[in-house]
Design a protein around this ligand. Structure first.
Ligand code: APR
Length: 237
C-alpha cells in the first residue's frame, strides 16, 4: 500500500446505527416517519416551529442516551495514533449530528451538518452547547431572546466549513467513506473530489451505496466490524 500520510474520512448515519441511532433512508428510517420538508427545511421551521423543535428535542434525547460503538472507538484510536506518530493529517468529516465520535475520544471532528447538542440564536447569532429541549422557547444565554433554533444544517442551507473540507480532500492520500448512502450532496461528491487529487478511495458500508462505483474499493458489512479491521490494517503499514 502506497505511503499513507493524509487521511480524510467521511462518516454518515450508518456508523451510529449500531449505537441505536436511526438512519434516514432504511425501511425504518427517520424520513419514513417525518417528511423532510416538514422537519428539516427552513420553510418547515417557519411553518411549524413547534413540530421542528420537538423533532430535534427527540433527536437530542436519543443522542444523549446512545453510546459510541467499536467503529467510533477505532476512529478515535486512529486519530490519536496518527497525531502521536506525526504520520500526517487526519480529519473526520461527519454528516452526523450526534457527538459519538467525540465521546469515543476523537478530536479532529468536523460536523458539516451541525450538531444536535448545539443551539443557535436567530437573534444574536450566538451558538451554545445545549442538552435540554428547545420546544418551550428558552432564552438565549447571550441575548435573552426566545429565538433559539437547532444548530442543524437543513436542506437548502449551506453545510458548515466547506473550505476546510475541500482543503482536506485536496491533500488526502486516502479518502474513506463510512456508513453513508451517498444520497446527499455535497458529501456524496467528496469521493470524486478526493480521487481527482490523486487519493485512493475506500468505502466501508453495510450495503452498496449510490456512490460505490466511484470508489477504488468497497467493503460491505457492519461498521463495528469493518472499521476496527481497517484501522488495524492502516496502523500496521
Ligand atoms: N454499518 C455500516 N453501514 C451501515 C450500517 C452499519 N451498521 N447500518 C446502515 N448502514 C448504511 C446504510 O446501508 C446506508 O447506506 O448507512 C447508510 C445510511 O444512509 P442514510 O440513512 O441515507 O444516512 P446518511 O448517508 O448519513 O444521510 C446523509 O442526509 O438526511 C440527510 O442530513 C441528513 O446527514 C444526513 C444525510
Amino acid at each position: 500500500m502506497a505511503e499513507i500520510r493524509n487521511i480524510a474520512i467521511l462518516t454518515g448515519a450508518g456508523i451510529s446505527a449500531e449505537s441505536g441511532l436511526r438512519t434516514f433512508r432504511a425501511e425504518d428510517g427517520l424520513w419514513e416517519d417525518y417528511p423532510i420538508e416538514e422537519v428539516a427545511t427552513p420553510q418547515g421551521f417557519r411553518r411549524d416551529p413547534d413540530l421542528v423543535q420537538r423533532f430535534y428535542d427527540a433527536r437530542r434525547e436519543n443522542v444523549l442516551a446512545a453510546q459510541p460503538n467499536a467503529a467510533h472507538a477505532a476512529l478515535a484510536r486512529l486519530d490519536a495514533e496518527w497525531a502521536k506518530t506525526e504520520r500526517g493529517e487526519l480529519l473526520i468529516v461527519t454528516q452526523n449530528i450526534d457527538d459519538l465520535h467525540e465521546r469515543a475520544g476523537a478530536s479532529r471532528v468536523l460536523h458539516m451538518h451541525g450538531e444536535a447538542l448545539s443551539a443557535w440564536c436567530t437573534a444574536c447569532d450566538a451558538r451554545h452547547p445545549w442538552a435540554g429541549t428547545l420546544r418551550d422557547g428558552p432564552p438565549c444565554p447571550a441575548c435573552g431572546a426566545a429565538a433559539l433554533r437547532p444548530d442543524i444544517v437543513w436542506f437548502g442551507e449551506m453545510p458548515y466549513q466547506m473550505e476546510r473540507i475541500f482543503a482536506a480532500l485536496a491533500r488526502a492520500d486516502l479518502f474513506v467513506s463510512i456508513g453513508t448512502s451517498g444520497a446527499v450532496y455535497p458529501a456524496a461528491g467528496f469521493v470524486q473530489q478526493a480521487a481527482s487529487h490523486g487519493a485512493r478511495t475506500l468505502e466501508l458500508n453495510l450495503e452498496r451505496s449510490q456512490g460505490s462505483q466511484w470508489f477504488d474499493e468497497s467493503r460491505l458489512g457492519p461498521a463495528s466490524e469493518l472499521v476496527p479491521a481497517w484501522v488495524e490494517e492502516v496502523l500496521e503499514t
